[in-house]
Design a protein around this ligand. Sequence first.
Ligand SMILES: Cc1cc2nc3c(=O)[nH]c(=O)nc-3n(C[C@H](O)[C@H](O)[C@H](O)COP(=O)(O)OP(=O)(O)OC[C@H]3O[C@@H](n4cnc5c(N)ncnc54)[C@H](O)[C@@H]3O)c2cc1C
Length: 106
Amino acid sequence: MKQRAIVIGAGIAGISAAIRLKAKGFEVEVFEANAYPGGKLSEFKQGTYRFDAGPSLFTMPHFVDELFELMGEKPSAHFEYAVAVDRDKADVLTTFKYIEEELNKR
Ligand SMILES: Cc1cc2nc3c(=O)[nH]c(=O)nc-3n(C[C@H](O)[C@H](O)[C@H](O)COP(=O)(O)OP(=O)(O)OC[C@H]3O[C@@H](n4cnc5c(N)ncnc54)[C@H](O)[C@@H]3O)c2cc1C
Protein backbone atom coordinates (compact mmCIF):
# COMPACT_ATOMS: atom_id res chain seq x y z
CA MET A 1 0.00 0.00 0.00
CA LYS A 2 1.22 3.49 -0.87
CA GLN A 3 2.21 5.80 1.97
CA ARG A 4 -0.09 8.83 2.25
CA ALA A 5 0.99 12.43 2.68
CA ILE A 6 -1.18 15.44 3.43
CA VAL A 7 -0.03 18.93 2.51
CA ILE A 8 -1.76 21.97 4.03
CA GLY A 9 -1.71 24.95 1.69
CA ALA A 10 -1.27 25.17 -2.08
CA GLY A 11 1.17 28.07 -2.15
CA ILE A 12 4.40 27.51 -4.04
CA ALA A 13 5.86 25.77 -0.94
CA GLY A 14 2.93 23.34 -0.64
CA ILE A 15 2.82 22.66 -4.37
CA SER A 16 6.59 22.01 -4.44
CA ALA A 17 6.38 19.66 -1.44
CA ALA A 18 3.40 17.83 -2.98
CA ILE A 19 5.23 17.31 -6.29
CA ARG A 20 8.37 16.04 -4.56
CA LEU A 21 6.38 13.65 -2.36
CA LYS A 22 4.44 12.38 -5.40
CA ALA A 23 7.73 11.84 -7.25
CA LYS A 24 8.89 9.72 -4.27
CA GLY A 25 5.80 7.51 -4.61
CA PHE A 26 3.52 8.96 -1.94
CA GLU A 27 -0.23 9.30 -2.43
CA VAL A 28 -0.61 13.04 -1.90
CA GLU A 29 -3.59 15.16 -0.92
CA VAL A 30 -3.36 18.97 -0.83
CA PHE A 31 -5.79 21.04 1.25
CA GLU A 32 -6.16 24.71 0.36
CA ALA A 33 -8.31 27.32 2.14
CA ASN A 34 -8.64 29.56 -0.92
CA ALA A 35 -10.71 28.69 -3.97
CA TYR A 36 -7.54 28.86 -6.08
CA PRO A 37 -3.99 27.44 -5.81
CA GLY A 38 -0.85 29.57 -5.71
CA GLY A 39 -1.15 31.41 -2.40
CA LYS A 40 0.73 34.70 -2.73
CA LEU A 41 1.60 33.70 -6.27
CA SER A 42 -1.53 35.37 -7.59
CA GLU A 43 -2.81 38.64 -8.98
CA PHE A 44 -5.73 41.00 -8.61
CA LYS A 45 -7.22 43.61 -10.89
CA GLN A 46 -8.52 47.07 -10.17
CA GLY A 47 -10.07 48.79 -13.15
CA THR A 48 -7.65 48.44 -16.04
CA TYR A 49 -4.67 47.82 -13.72
CA ARG A 50 -3.25 44.40 -12.82
CA PHE A 51 -1.29 43.91 -9.58
CA ASP A 52 0.94 41.00 -8.53
CA ALA A 53 -0.10 39.88 -5.03
CA GLY A 54 3.34 38.37 -4.48
CA PRO A 55 6.28 37.31 -6.59
CA SER A 56 6.75 38.84 -10.01
CA LEU A 57 10.13 37.26 -10.76
CA PHE A 58 11.94 34.02 -10.01
CA THR A 59 15.58 34.30 -9.03
CA MET A 60 16.18 30.54 -9.17
CA PRO A 61 14.14 29.27 -12.12
CA HIS A 62 16.04 25.97 -12.23
CA PHE A 63 14.13 24.92 -9.08
CA VAL A 64 10.84 25.54 -10.90
CA ASP A 65 12.09 23.59 -13.93
CA GLU A 66 13.12 20.75 -11.62
CA LEU A 67 9.53 20.32 -10.37
CA PHE A 68 8.27 19.81 -13.93
CA GLU A 69 11.14 17.45 -14.75
CA LEU A 70 10.44 15.34 -11.62
CA MET A 71 7.02 14.64 -13.15
CA GLY A 72 8.47 13.88 -16.58
CA GLU A 73 7.26 17.17 -18.06
CA LYS A 74 9.19 19.68 -20.12
CA PRO A 75 8.80 23.18 -18.61
CA SER A 76 8.93 24.69 -22.12
CA ALA A 77 5.78 22.72 -23.02
CA HIS A 78 3.90 24.76 -20.40
CA PHE A 79 5.45 28.23 -20.29
CA GLU A 80 8.41 30.34 -21.32
CA TYR A 81 10.48 32.66 -19.18
CA ALA A 82 10.55 36.30 -20.14
CA VAL A 83 13.63 38.31 -19.20
CA ALA A 84 11.95 41.36 -17.70
CA VAL A 85 15.06 43.19 -16.57
CA ASP A 86 18.67 43.66 -17.55
CA ARG A 87 20.39 40.87 -15.58
CA ASP A 88 23.50 42.98 -14.88
CA LYS A 89 21.52 45.88 -13.45
CA ALA A 90 19.12 44.06 -11.14
CA ASP A 91 20.60 43.55 -7.66
CA VAL A 92 18.81 40.28 -6.91
CA LEU A 93 19.59 38.73 -10.25
CA THR A 94 23.16 39.99 -10.16
CA THR A 95 23.62 38.31 -6.78
CA PHE A 96 22.25 35.07 -8.21
CA LYS A 97 24.46 35.37 -11.28
CA TYR A 98 27.47 35.96 -8.99
CA ILE A 99 26.68 32.86 -6.93
CA GLU A 100 26.15 30.85 -10.14
CA GLU A 101 29.56 31.97 -11.45
CA GLU A 102 31.23 31.14 -8.12
CA LEU A 103 29.70 27.65 -8.12
CA ASN A 104 30.79 27.05 -11.73
CA LYS A 105 34.40 27.76 -10.73
CA ARG A 106 34.39 24.82 -8.28
C1 LIG B 1 4.39 41.75 -2.37
C2 LIG B 1 5.28 40.52 -2.44
C3 LIG B 1 6.23 40.43 -3.45
C4 LIG B 1 7.06 39.31 -3.55
N1 LIG B 1 7.96 39.22 -4.59
C5 LIG B 1 8.70 38.11 -4.76
C6 LIG B 1 9.53 37.95 -5.92
O1 LIG B 1 9.57 38.81 -6.79
N2 LIG B 1 10.25 36.80 -6.02
C7 LIG B 1 10.19 35.80 -5.09
O2 LIG B 1 10.86 34.77 -5.25
N3 LIG B 1 9.39 35.92 -3.99
C8 LIG B 1 8.65 37.04 -3.80
N4 LIG B 1 7.82 37.15 -2.71
C9 LIG B 1 7.80 36.07 -1.73
C10 LIG B 1 6.91 34.93 -2.23
O3 LIG B 1 5.67 35.43 -2.64
C11 LIG B 1 6.70 33.98 -1.06
O4 LIG B 1 7.93 33.58 -0.49
C12 LIG B 1 5.98 32.72 -1.51
O5 LIG B 1 4.91 32.98 -2.41
C13 LIG B 1 5.49 32.01 -0.26
O6 LIG B 1 4.92 30.80 -0.66
P1 LIG B 1 4.33 29.84 0.44
O7 LIG B 1 3.77 28.66 -0.28
O8 LIG B 1 5.35 29.62 1.50
O9 LIG B 1 3.18 30.68 1.16
P2 LIG B 1 1.82 31.26 0.56
O10 LIG B 1 1.96 31.71 -0.85
O11 LIG B 1 1.36 32.26 1.58
O12 LIG B 1 0.86 30.01 0.55
C14 LIG B 1 0.29 29.47 1.72
C15 LIG B 1 -1.04 28.84 1.31
O13 LIG B 1 -1.52 28.08 2.40
C16 LIG B 1 -2.91 28.31 2.52
N5 LIG B 1 -3.25 28.02 3.91
C17 LIG B 1 -2.76 28.59 5.03
N6 LIG B 1 -3.28 28.02 6.11
C18 LIG B 1 -4.13 27.06 5.67
C19 LIG B 1 -4.97 26.12 6.34
N7 LIG B 1 -5.02 26.04 7.68
N8 LIG B 1 -5.71 25.29 5.57
C20 LIG B 1 -5.65 25.33 4.22
N9 LIG B 1 -4.87 26.20 3.53
C21 LIG B 1 -4.13 27.05 4.27
C22 LIG B 1 -3.10 29.77 2.14
O14 LIG B 1 -4.42 30.05 1.74
C23 LIG B 1 -2.11 29.89 0.98
O15 LIG B 1 -2.68 29.58 -0.28
C24 LIG B 1 6.97 38.26 -2.58
C25 LIG B 1 6.00 38.36 -1.55
C26 LIG B 1 5.15 39.46 -1.48
C27 LIG B 1 4.11 39.54 -0.39
